[in-house]
Write a protein that binds this ligand. Structure first.
Ligand SMILES: Cc1cc2nc3c(=O)[nH]c(=O)nc-3n(C[C@H](O)[C@H](O)[C@H](O)COP(=O)(O)OP(=O)(O)OC[C@H]3O[C@@H](n4cnc5c(N)ncnc54)[C@H](O)[C@@H]3O)c2cc1C
Length: 470
């Protein structure tokens, strides 16, 4: 008997797919509740939707066979790396099979001449850096969680070092991608530039598993800088700190990190990470490069920050103090939750052109106050990207509704200011409803691309193009 159609019009026949997958993968195929439960959204704030089964892939051939079997039975396939995405990217709203690539985690080759590494998609960024450190190299893209490089490429991730080194868009040189049809293609080139045809690599980066599955990536890496100097500057207001960042043009001047924390975030970091920073808005900054250059650049940056209202400025002479500051910044998610016991955090993630950043942050603070929400703020302000973590009581529907409305109002404002509803966390389910507003007719073009590459709509359905495909 044919299965009944799901919301997308597909007629998934899960039992048939499950029988074939079990025969092909044995113990690496699981329908156990625990395995399925570990493979739904866990880091974010959206309701969890667990898949019907999980396959642990060990090779591109495994991924191809999952796609062939699921394609024959019209069953959705949801790629899964580290599961740290926060907008419901790995949820399974239509059921289906999660293909977990985290066991494909080898560093395959290092080219010191090209400054590239070839890696499997399940390699986690912290382990990659552990492997690179003895070679004097680093991979700079650093989302706050220990994500896989495949998941990071799929969400076009960035982090605190994007101001100096760029995002995943700039740091994936090329990749191998398995399409829904089971055909594997190479996208991009290790050459520094190429004018040969459509830029397919850029299409897949940020496609969140909706167009293909990364089976291998070649990433750009960098020599570990000779000198790294870290500091912090205190401001009387968030707006003053932002104006100082805008004046410094950090992207032009060798700044590798410049992060804003408001008073609530500083308080949380002091408590959680044992810091003793004055309870005022702060910029944390880092400059790195040759020993002959860095001290002069530090003097230049601190001079500009002072001219634009910075009070106390500390520049760490002890490298451990710098490491402690960045660890505290990375731990801010946990620190903010610890500061609001029993509450859960709804993250916002807008990004605007630098010249509009002060306006956007002032709007954000005003809206959070108006809605009566606790929304500690931090941001990769050198990129024009900032987050609030709106802390709400999970059992309070009114607070949740106010938080959702605030998040949407802020995203709409960012789009109005020429920016985006997502600087780095991606679309998933959380930002999907804003895609048509942000992209206009371009959203239909995205739906046409999805239709061309995945005509059955089995790859991570209901994400990015969502209902535009129906
Ligand atoms: C505390 C915290 C802080 C964070 N801070 C940041 C930050 O500063 N910057 C930032 O950018 N993000 C941040 N994130 C979000 C998250 O870490 C990123 O989105 C990350 O890139 C997700 O990688 P992952 O391996 O966990 O992918 P997953 O969550 O497993 O998957 C994410 C998406 O990628 C797809 N996918 C996974 N693997 C593949 C593959 N091989 N091929 C194709 N598609 C695939 C999935 O289907 C899904 O759509 C943070 C998250 C947390 C919990």
């Amino acid at each position: 008997m044919p299965a009944s159609p799901d919301v997308t019009g597909r007629r998934p026949q899960f039992p048939g797919a499950a029988t074939e997958l079990a025969a092909r993968f044995g113990e690496r195929f699981s329908e156990a509740a625990q395995a399925r439960d570990r493979h739904a959204d866990s880091a974010g704030w959206l309701p969890r939707q667990i898949p019907q089964a999980v396959v642990y892939a060990h090779s591109p051939a495994d991924i191809r066979d999952v796609l062939h079997i699921c394609g024959r039975h019209e069953v959705p396939v949801i790629p899964f790396g580290g599961g740290t995405s926060i907008e419901g990217q790995v949820n399974a709203p239509c059921g289906g099979v999660c293909v977990d690539v985290s066991r494909m985690d080898e560093l395959l080759a290092v080219s010191a001449e090209n400054l590239t590494v070839r890696v499997q998609p399940g390699l986690r960024r912290e382990r990659l850096n552990d492997l690179l450190r003895p070679l004097g190299l680093l991979f700079p893209v650093d989302p706050g969680a220990d994500a896989t490089v495949g998941g990071m490429a799929a969400t076009r991730a960035s982090g605190t070092q994007a101001v100096g080194y760029g995002t995943m868009r700039e740091n994936v040189a090329c990749a191998r991608v398995m399409l829904a049809s089971g055909t594997e293609i190479a996208a991009g080139t290790e050459a520094v530039k190429s004018a040969a045809g459509y830029d397919l690599l850029s299409l897949f980066i940020g496609s969140e598993g909706t167009l293909g599955i990364f089976t291998e990536l070649t990433l750009r890496v960098y020599p570990i800088p000779e000198q790294i100097q870290v500091g912090s500057a205190v401001f009387s207001s968030v707006a003053a700190a932002v104006r100082a960042v805008i004046a410094a043009h950090p992207r032009q001047h060798g700044v590798t990190r410049i992060e804003l924390l408001d008073v609530a975030s500083i308080r949380a970091a002091n408590q959680y990470s044992g810091l003793k920073l004055p309870e005022a808005p702060h910029l944390f900054f880092e400059l790195s490069g040759p020993r002959a250059r860095v001290p002069g650049e530090v003097r230049w940056l601190t001079g500009i920050l002072r001219e634009h209202g910075a009070g106390e400025i500390q520049v760490a002479t002890d490298p451990d103090a710098g490491t402690q500051l960045w660890q505290a910044r990375h731990d801010l998610w946990k620190a903010t939750h610890a500061a609001f016991p029993g509450k859960s955090g709804m993250p916002t993630d807008v990004c605007v052109p630098l010249a509009r950043l002060a306006e956007c942050i002032e709007f954000c603070i005003g809206e959070a106050d108006r809605a009566g929400l606790a929304a500690p703020l931090c941001g990769h302000v050198g990129d024009g990207n900032f987050h609030t973590l709106v802390m709400v009581e999970p059992s309070d529907p009114d607070a949740k509704a106010r938080a959702s409305a605030f998040s949407e109002t802020l995203a709409r404002k960012a789009i109005e200011l020429g920016g985006t509803c997502s600087g780095e966390h991606g679309v998933g389910q959380g930002k999907q409803p804003l895609m048509a507003l942000q992209h206009g007719a371009g959203h239909q073009v995205m739906a046409q691309i999805k239709q061309a590459l995945d005509p059955q709509g089995i790859l991570n359905p209901e994400k990015i193009t969502g209902t535009a495909n129906r």
